[in-house]
Design a protein around this ligand. Structure first.
Ligand code: NAG
Ligand code: NAG
Ligand code: NAG
Ligand code: NAG
Ligand code: NAG
Ligand code: NAG
Ligand code: NAG
Ligand code: NAG
Ligand code: NAG
Ligand code: NAG
Ligand code: NAG
Ligand code: NAG
Length: 310
């Protein structure tokens, strides 16, 4: 009963689409469920910390991570002996204040940083490739949205957004769609300003050779980088995201001027430009594409968190 409650609380609530008006949109909003799962015991990740807080439980840390748009976190259980420097310092402060309440309690712990006084560290990217930035630290356990399968080496973390594959191989929309599904994801969800902005910024940073069209006679759009994303028109005039949500349910739209073009062949498929806009194309056109890797379930070998650290 209690466990169920904890798990329910760990569920990462999908942000309800802004301006969600009808019940259809709300149903969409409730569908997506992401959870943080423990992956390493007595270790923490050395990736960029974007939020720090002291909390009593892993559940509170997960809630905080969600607020901060974290993709992983390090959590130091409060009761993990004196290996938890936060507890040691607090106890020392209390000891000092009972002895002489006037004395300023500034902890003097050499080589400890600001972060060491917080037991919940929210990270903007998870561990991927090979856990190369995991460090031994008996105070902490490491939790991530990607516990079951670490994203492969060729995946790119877009901080606070997710894990993506920028594929240069040109495919038509349905082949790109299928390729993303086989890679353990789907075409990138694009219906937010942060996603559109961050993904297009990344495209703009790629070397030009990776997306320029081959030397075919089609020179009309030879230079513009375009990547298929999870947005297509399944029914005439009705665009859907890769999570099968209606685009109408999102307030954020980033159509390029003149798009979706009136003279388009419906159904059409959308691509992201390096300028942060969306353009529609005939779905049979081949383009590079962006896959978004899905978060995973619990680790195949979940660590035993009650065990002692060595
Ligand atoms: C972890 O980060 C700290 C500070 O940035 C650095 O000094 C240390 O070498 C890193 N450790 C690993 C294993 O990457
Ligand atoms: C605080 O005081 C208690 C009891 O006096 C003692 O056992 C403990 O070791 C002290 N803690 C620290 C960090 O000095
Ligand atoms: C892990 O991956 C990084 C970057 O790809 C690489 O530099 C490092 O050698 C790898 N470490 C191991 C133990 O495979
Ligand atoms: C962590 O500790 C284990 C055993 O104590 C050791 O084998 C391993 O190399 C350590 N890893 C790092 C990243 O320091
Ligand atoms: C990325 O890695 C995965 C798994 O190793 C592989 O299936 C995929 O083809 C790779 N993609 C690219 C573009 O190298
Ligand atoms: C458009 O996307 C939906 C799922 O979002 C998919 O079922 C459909 O096949 C796609 N259309 C094309 C032409 O790929
Ligand atoms: C760009 O293309 C080159 C050559 O095809 C390839 O080696 C490289 O990995 C690509 N870069 C990216 C970021 O996809
Ligand atoms: C154009 O494409 C043909 C065949 O794909 C290739 O042989 C030729 O080298 C290409 N030319 C340039 C300038 O890339
Ligand atoms: C639609 O019109 C634009 C210019 O108004 C043109 O460039 C484009 O080729 C047209 N597309 C189709 C599918 O006719
Ligand atoms: C994409 O290409 C495949 C063959 O590779 C074809 O079966 C499919 O119909 C094409 N899809 C579109 C939308 O053109
Ligand atoms: C894509 O569809 C358009 C219009 O339906 C057609 O003119 C064109 O030949 C098709 N291209 C391919 C590669 O199938
Ligand atoms: C906590 O401290 C006790 C007594 O010092 C020790 O027996 C136990 O192994 C420690 N637990 C952990 C998780 O380090």
């Amino acid at each position: 009963m209690r466990l169920t409650a904890v798990l329910a609380a760990l569920v990462l609530s999908h942000h309800p689409p802004e301006g969600a008006t009808d019940r259809h949109c709300e149903a969409n909003a409730r569908k997506i469920v992401h959870r943080f799962y423990p992956l390493r015991h007595c270790q923490r990740s050395n990736r960029t910390v974007i939020g720090l807080v002291n909390v009593q439980s892993v559940r509170e840390c997960a809630d905080f991570a969600r607020d901060k748009q974290g993709l992983a976190f390090n959590f130091a259980p409060v009761k993990r002996n004196s290996t938890n420097w936060y507890d040691v310092v607090r106890e020392r402060e209390q000891n000092q204040s009972t002895v002489s309440s006037w004395k300023p309690a500034s902890p003097r712990v050499a080589s400890f940083g600001f972060e060491d006084f917080y037991n919940c560290h929210v990270l903007d990217c998870p561990e991927y490739r090979n856990l190369s930035t995991i460090v031994n630290d008996t105070r902490f356990d490491y939790y991530t949205l990607y516990a079951r399968l670490l994203p492969a080496g060729n995946a790119t973390c877009i901080p606070s957004i997710g894990m993506f594959l920028f594929e240069d191989t040109k495919l038509n929309y349905s082949n790109a769609y299928n390729a993303c599904v086989s890679a353990g994801g789907s075409l990138a969800h694009i219906a937010s300003d942060a996603r559109t902005f961050q993904l297009s910024k990344y495209i703009a940073s790629l070397p030009e050779t990776n997306y320029t069209t081959n030397n075919s006679t089609d020179t009309s759009s030879a230079v513009e980088p375009l990547y298929y994303v999870g947005l297509n028109e399944t029914v005439k005039n009705r665009f859907f995201t890769s999570a099968d949500e209606r685009l109408d349910c999102f307030r954020f739209h980033a159509w390029a001027p003149g798009h979706p073009a009136r003279n388009r062949t419906s159904p059409s498929c959308a691509a992201l430009t390096d300028e942060g806009s969306w353009k529609v194309f005939n779905c049979n056109r081949t383009l590079p594409y962006i896959c978004e890797l899905h978060t995973s379930g619990p680790a195949l070998y979940a660590p035993k968190l009650k065990r002692k650290c060595f």
